[in-house]
Design a protein. Structure first.
Length: 238
């Protein structure tokens, strides 16, 4: 996908999360599956560059990654949901066990490009909830001074999508100064924070992915299902 060389990474200090270190037994043996979304279609998109840097780190930490390209994605409800890009996005949502969301700040908010991607994903697809119980890391890039508007909004959005948003986050101010001519992030405390966030995401994903169904099992939904079952039984007996 891109050059995965990470010259600014101190290999001796990088944490490689594992089940042994977490003190858990894993049912799943495949690599953690992480979907990364970004919120700009510019040729030099800093949210894309930050996501690509995050993907390199995740791969270094043992994860499998997919980056969705939002260019050409129609506005929500502007076309039928069998549009190829909509289907690709939804398939990636189902494939993933954890996600990284990164948006530029536009007028104090997440970009329309980013929000459109989430708006194409329903809370339920048949009997499957495509995002429920998955882990989430949030990041933003800023054109000016540091802000936390977008990451705060992404946390609210993640909660609405029934995801587990990890405590750590990344906000990169004056992003145009943080990447070199090759699109690689320069060594800095901002880069180190991205490493922190990706480490934490992999740890939480390993910890939660085999326990998602139990952790998000709700009394109200069990009650609703039991009532629906009873209604069907009663209808058959009439």
């Amino acid at each position: 996908m891109y050059d995965d060389h990470i010259p600014q990474l101190d290999a001796d200090l990088i944490e490689l999360p594992s089940a042994d270190k977490l003190g858990i037994e894993l049912k799943s043996t495949h690599k953690p599956r992480i979907l990364l979304l970004y919120g700009s279609t510019r040729e030099r998109s800093f949210s894309r560059l930050l996501v690509e840097e995050a993907a390199r780190l995740l791969q270094r930490m043992g994860a499998e990654t997919r980056v969705f390209n939002p260019s050409g994605l129609p506005l929500p409800d502007d076309v039928a949901d069998d549009h190829p890009q909509v289907q690709q996005l939804r398939e990636l949502m189902l494939w993933s066990e954890g996600q990284v969301w990164c948006s530029p700040e536009r007028h104090g908010s997440m970009s329309a490009v980013f929000k459109a991607q989430i708006d194409w994903v329903p809370l339920a697809m048949g009997a499957v909830r495509p995002t429920q119980g998955k882990t989430l890391a949030v990041m933003q890039v800023c054109g000016g001074s540091q802000s936390f508007n977008v990451v705060n909004q992404l946390r609210v959005l993640g909660r609405w999508m029934r995801m587990f948003t990890i405590p750590n986050q990344s906000s990169v101010p004056k992003a145009y100064l943080e990447f070199d001519e090759n699109g690689r992030m320069k060594p800095s405390p901002f880069y180190d924070r991205v490493v922190d966030v990706m480490e934490e995401l992999v740890k939480f994903t390993l910890l939660l992915r085999d326990r998602q169904d139990y952790l998000v099992d709700r009394y109200s939904e069990r009650k609703e299902s039991a009532e629906a079952l009873m209604d069907r039984v009663n209808q058959r007996s009439i």
